[in-house]
Design a protein around this ligand. Structure first.
Ligand code: NAD
Length: 292
């Protein structure tokens, strides 16, 4: 069993970006500037946004955190998005999801300028991705692809079973892995909550990408020997013995499944850090596009 060390690869990618930022500075050009909009005080969202902003600082990006109260109206948030679209100093920005229930997420994501949509969630960018055109690829599937590429995992002709069909992970990764190219050319099956007898699919899989958000869902009996496991799930499980009051776990019963796997991502330290690294890569791309 080999660990797919997302933390290590993410650090490599961040170092590569930092080198490019230093070159940008040497040329006297503007460094990339990422903004993040956070509405409310969801604990996980605060953690994610915090580490995105910290990562920006480490690699020499400028960053701006716009933290709005939970009761922010849709109109105010739309105005914030319009301001970010108009602000020429901002190269790219994200609106951290989930948004409070009273705000229509789709309406907000539709209002983001596709040229600044470094999360790749706007239909223009998602459509380009599906058509294999250059675009901002959503950071989590982009991170999974990069991890597979850097570990030279054979995917061509392999049966990849994706668990979960969300717009931000399951759906895009199933599209990307079925396309031509490195870490792709796979035969992909996308499964979801209405799939009958999920095990029938997972037992055949050469590669499993699990993105459903149920701790320890994937058991050893559900996978075959030598499988490659990408565990996207991140769940906070309450635990009074921990200082933070919870621990973080993935969708895969790591203890059980790891001995059967040829490669496996840990949680934490797998897909999570890769997501942040690829968001930074998209922001660098946004800056370069605006520079040209
Ligand atoms: P989501 O909550 O939007 O959707 C979950 C998906 O799982 C749905 O498509 C549903 O059909 C499917 N599902 C639910 N129960 C199922 C079952 N029993 N069998 C098969 N499929 C089932 O998902 P999401 O936003 O993609 O998030 C999934 C997980 O990934 C969460 O734990 C989330 O925190 C995590 N996540 C991690 C990262 C990262 O950077 N590592 C990024 C995004 C999401």
């Amino acid at each position: 069993m080999n660990i797919l060390d997302g933390k290590k690869i993410a650090n490599q990618i961040k170092e590569e970006i930092a080198v490019e930022v230093a070159q940008i500075q040497t040329r006297g050009e503007k460094v990339p500037h990422l903004a993040a909009v956070l509405v409310g005080n969801d604990g996980a969202s605060l953690t994610y946004v915090g580490s995105k902003v910290r990562s920006c600082k480490k690699i020499g990006f400028e960053s701006t955190l716009i933290h709005l109260p939970e009761d922010t109206t849709e109109a105010v948030l739309l105005q914030q998005v319009a301001d970010l679209n108009a602000n020429s100093d901002i190269d790219g920005y994200i609106v951290q999801l989930p948004l409070p229930k009273h705000i229509d997420e789709e309406k907000i994501l539709m209002a983001v300028d596709p040229d600044k949509d470094v999360d790749g969630f706007h239909p223009t960018n998602f459509g380009k991705m599906a058509l294999d055109m250059e675009t901002f690829i959503p950071a989590t599937p982009f991170g999974i692809m990069e991890l597979l590429r850097r570990y030279d995992i054979e995917t061509e002709g392999k049966h990849t079973v994706v668990i979960g069909r969300s717009h931000i992970v399951g759906r895009p990764i199933s599209i990307l892995m079925s396309q031509k190219g490195k870490a792709a050319n796979a035969t992909v099956t996308i499964t979801h909550s209405r799939t009958k007898d999920l095990q029938e699919f997972t037992k055949q899989a050469d590669i499993i990408v699990s993105a459903l958000g149920v701790p320890d869902f994937l058991k050893a009996t559900m996978v075959k020997e030598g499988v490659v496991i990408i565990d996207v799930g991140i769940t906070r499980v309450p635990d009074a013995t921990k200082e933070r009051g919870y621990y973080i776990t993935g969708d895969v019963d790591f203890e059980e499944v790891a001995p059967k796997a040829s490669y496996i991502t840990p949680v934490p330290g797998g897909v999570g850090p890769m997501t942040i690294a690829m968001l930074l890569k998209n922001t660098l791309l946004a800056r370069k596009r605006r520079q040209d």
